[in-house]
Design a protein around this ligand. Structure first.
Ligand code: FRU
Length: 526
């Protein structure tokens, strides 16, 4: 196979030299990362530069995503004592643009009812709970209490639901004296309340998961709840317990029609192993969710997008999703020292009717564009069959790669000078994408980090030109094919930044790439 370095990109390589001193310093630091005690703020080995991660210690699921008075709140499962999972609190961060984040004090601590597991938050605009007033409506958090003692004693009713409120836009929280508001009648797994205001019925609506199914509960005041239906014992994937439900209405693009989308995380049982998120498209009459869909559809076919949920009350009716960028298969073992794990880029959700099938798209919110130079002009490239084209990555592992292509049958390989390589193959004709991270860097911290090559079926890729977009942020790669129709999110731990993107057309046809940009992504931490 011939390797040709295109002149256009040679120029880019030269440009890269300007940045290379900085990069070398960063690489050296990354190589030493494991031994380093003190580093500048948010520059430790593998630290994401434009994704949310906690300053220190363990984080898992996003919780209580709610927008109120110009502020996006991100609460999250947090253990402040260690970098492995432990007694859960709700950590807290806020943002005005969903891109830059401010860390806040811990919002919810464990109490006599138990640890604080996942849940949601609402703005109680009409003060139905009586916790605030019409002038100052309360924020109300709804979460699961996990009673460790009960679990250790072998009981099966140790998960209950509690609420807390804040009258100062999330700065301080008070637990409700009547907790728990929903007791448990015998489900070992009974958790992750997602509450939203259903404007069709004027009811607070709660989704709860109970092992192998989801339950719907209704309330007028967030304190007294009644179960009205259940869904899913015989639908979708059941390779593990159901977790972190979410449900919302979406307009079908280009029509006046609305459908309801139900997200259900499942662990284990994802197609590529461990944790994953399935979705159902159907209808909700205010009490019952129904769907004609029997099998599972998957939100993201990478291995590291779990427990994701969406914002309540996001402006302009936008439906915005954030997921936890990890997988329970190895979440506790990843090679970071100060903190553990990050969130996905926030993504906007959209529904398309493609020849009678509904497809859920998830794609980075437009605010992310502010992190890249919008004046960069795209290039066109013609690649002959068998050619290898190498492009420099001047900004290393802090890069956005984007191009347009028709029927991508090609390999995209990210390489560094240590011989580490991350291999993505897009096989439009074979209707499949494959991602191999077995040589991508550190992988042996867990036997389950690499369990073969990941596969993402792409059965309904359009025939015409489509966009391929990738975000590389130190220890993650997010791949969006056709604006979020097919998505793979993965953690990676290269011991040096990748310096080259290699592109190889597969098969006998030449490949035309247009609007190609390789742009540095600005860091979000001061
Ligand atoms: C999902 C999950 C939730 C639970 C939380 C505990 O990752 O298992 O079901 O509430 O994590 O931290």
């Amino acid at each position: 196979m011939k390797t040709r370095l295109r002149p256009l990109w040679l120029l880019l390589c030269l440009g890269a030299l300007v940045l290379s001193c900085k990069e070398t310093a960063k690489n050296t630091e990354k190589a030493q990362g494991a031994n380093e005690q003190e580093t500048a703020y948010y520059t430790e080995a593998f630290r994401p530069q434009f994704h949310f991660s906690p300053e220190e210690k363990w984080m898992n699921d996003p919780n209580g995503l709610v927008y109120h008075k110009g502020i996006y709140h991100l609460f999250y499962q947090y253990y402040p004592e260690d970098i492995v999972w432990g007694p859960m609190h709700w950590g807290h961060a806020t943002s005005t643009d969903l891109v830059h984040w401010q860390h806040k004090p811990i919002a919810l601590y464990p109490d006599e009812h138990g640890l604080i597991f996942s849940g949601s938050a609402v703005v109680d605009v009409n003060n139905t709970s009586g916790f605030g007033s019409l002038e100052n409506p309360p924020l109300v958090a709804i979460f699961t209490y996990h009673d460790m003692k009960g679990e250790q004693e072998g009981k099966n009713d140790y998960q209950t639901q509690g609420i807390a409120y804040s009258l100062d836009n999330g700065e301080t929280w008070t637990k409700h004296v009547g907790n728990p508001v929903i007791k448990n009648n015998g489900y070992k797994d009974f958790r992750d309340p997602k509450v939203f205001w259903n404007e069709n019925t004027n009811k607070w609506t709660m989704l709860l998961v109970a092992g192998d199914h989801m339950q719907v509960w209704l309330s007028d005041n967030l304190k007294v709840w009644e179960q009205v239906s259940e869904f899913g014992r015989d639908k979708g994937a059941h390779g593990g317990v159901w977790e972190c439900p979410d449900m919302f209405k979406l307009k079908v693009d280009g029509t006046a029609m609305e459908k309801w989308v139900l997200l259900i995380s499942i662990n284990p049982g994802a197609p590529n192993g461990g944790s994953g998120t399935q979705y159902f498209i159907g209808d909700f009459d205010g009490t019952t969710f129904t769907t004609e869909q029997d099998g599972a559809k998957w939100f993201d076919l990478g291995r590291d997008n779990y427990a994701g949920v969406t914002y309540n009350d996001a402006p302009n009716g936008e439906r915005i999703f954030i997921g936890w960028m990890s997988n329970w298969d190895y979440a506790r073992d990843t090679p970071t020292e100060k903190w553990r794990s990050a969130m996905t880029l926030p993504r906007t959700l959209r529904l398309e009717n493609m020849n009678g099938r509904y497809e859920l798209f998830n794609y980075p919110i437009s605010q992310v564009d502010m992190l890249m130079d919008g004046s960069t002009t795209g290039r066109s490239m013609e690649m002959a069959a068998g050619d290898t084209t190498q492009l420099a990555l001047p900004s290393g592992n802090q890069t956005e790669i984007k191009f347009t292509v028709t029927r991508p049958n090609m390999q995209l390989i990210l390489r560094n000078e240590k011989g580490e390589a991350l291999n993505l193959s897009l096989d439009a004709d074979g209707e499949m994408a494959r991602l191999d991270r077995s040589q991508s860097g550190l992988v042996d911290f867990s036997e389950r980090f690499v369990n073969g090559v990941q596969e993402m079926p792409m059965p309904h890729l359009p025939e015409g030109p489509i966009e391929v977009r990738m975000f590389l942020d130190n220890s993650s790669l997010e791949v969006f094919v056709n604006k979020g129709q097919y998505v793979m999110t993965n953690q990676i731990f290269p011991t040096q930044d990748y310096t080259v993107l290699e592109m190889v057309p597969k098969g006998t046809a030449p490949l035309a790439i247009t609007e190609m940009t390789v742009r540095p992504v600005a860091r979000i931490w001061d």
